[in-house]
Write a protein that binds this ligand. Structure first.
Ligand SMILES: Nc1ncnc2c1ncn2[C@@H]1O[C@H](COP(=O)(O)OP(=O)(O)O)[C@@H](O)[C@H]1O
Ligand SMILES: [Mg+2]
Length: 262
């Protein structure tokens, strides 16, 4: 039975509360009565087999996809009432190709009506936070995949979201770039304390980047396991070899083989 880490949370600690969530495509249920609480400031990893409904879940949570029933509340508010950031899997389609990288990041801030000086201040602060060494005045096509995805992440964080959604953000990148971006992202998210839902189909990545890992079954989707990832931050690449990490990975692999792949 999954253990519900949420049971002991006070309302104030809960950033996201999902109750009785339902979604079907063409009469085939993906979710039928799904509940979840996410603690403020936590990075919740969502791991599961292809097609189990990971993207569907965060797209509904982010307000990009309508749900059939149930509720997803942020401190009692609908997603339309809060600021969210979203990072897509495919960085090539995520950025406006006709806008310079910096203008991609400025775009949501201008839409919010932020004064120019504040827009520039946020841009500068983000570039420092992410230790950007490349020229943000370049166009997306002039940047590497990793640089483009970094720009997407900066754009998502520029609005100072209450919740950040990331859908397999590194899956289109090479391993070296992925490791570098994982390091940067975890540092920034932990510094800012942003509540994050991170979808991944890479088990190691899910463990390395999460405070808590939700392992989903095949559809109709339920929680196969709800694993607290109690490892110190930051988690450098070397953490992948620590005994605690290996033990967590063994547990998750076991769950995957018994419940998920069954
Ligand atoms: N717009 C859609 N129309 C019909 N079926 C869909 C649609 N979006 C997703 N699905 C189906 O719902 C299931 C879950 O999809 P998805 O959330 O994208 O899975 P995951 O992200 O876990 O790989 C899959 O079986 C997929 O084929
Ligand atoms: Mg997906």
């Amino acid at each position: 039975m999954p253990r519900h880490a949420a049971a002991s949370m006070t309302p104030r600690e809960t950033a996201i509360a999902i109750r009785g969530l339902r979604k079907a495509f063409g009469g085939q249920p993906v979710y039928s009565g799904f509940d979840l609480d996410v603690k403020r400031g936590d990075i919740l990893g969502i791991f599961g087999p292809n097609g189990c409904g990971k993207s569907t879940l965060i797209n509904m949570a982010a307000g990009l996809l309508p749900k059939d029933g149930g509720e997803i509340l942020y401190d009692g508010r609908e997603v339309s009432e809060i600021r969210v950031g979203y990072v897509f899997q495919n960085y090539r389609e995520a950025l406006f190709p006709w806008r310079r990288a910096a203008d991609n990041i400025r775009y949501p801030l201008r839409r919010m009506g932020l004064p120019k000086a504040q827009v520039e201040a946020r841009l500068t602060a983000l570039a420092e936070r992410f230790r950007v060494r490349f020229d943000l005045n370049r166009y997306p096509y002039e940047l590497s995949g990793g640089q483009q995805q970094l720009v997407s992440i900066m754009r998502a964080l520029a609005v100072e979201p209450e919740v950040l959604f990331l859908d397999e953000p590194f899956s289109a990148l090479d391993f070296e770039t992925t490791l570098a971006l994982r390091d940067l992202l975890q540092r920034v998210l932990k510094d800012l304390g942003i509540t994050t839902l991170l979808v991944s189909h890479d088990l190691e990545e899910s463990i390395v980047l999460s405070d808590r890992l939700l392992m989903l079954t095949r559809r109709p989707t339920t929680v196969a396991d709800d694993v607290p990832i109690v490892l110190p931050w930051p988690r450098a690449a070397a953490a992948l070899a620590s005994p605690d990490f290996m033990a967590l990975k063994a547990r998750c692999l076991d769950v995957f083989q018994r419940a998920v792949a069954a």
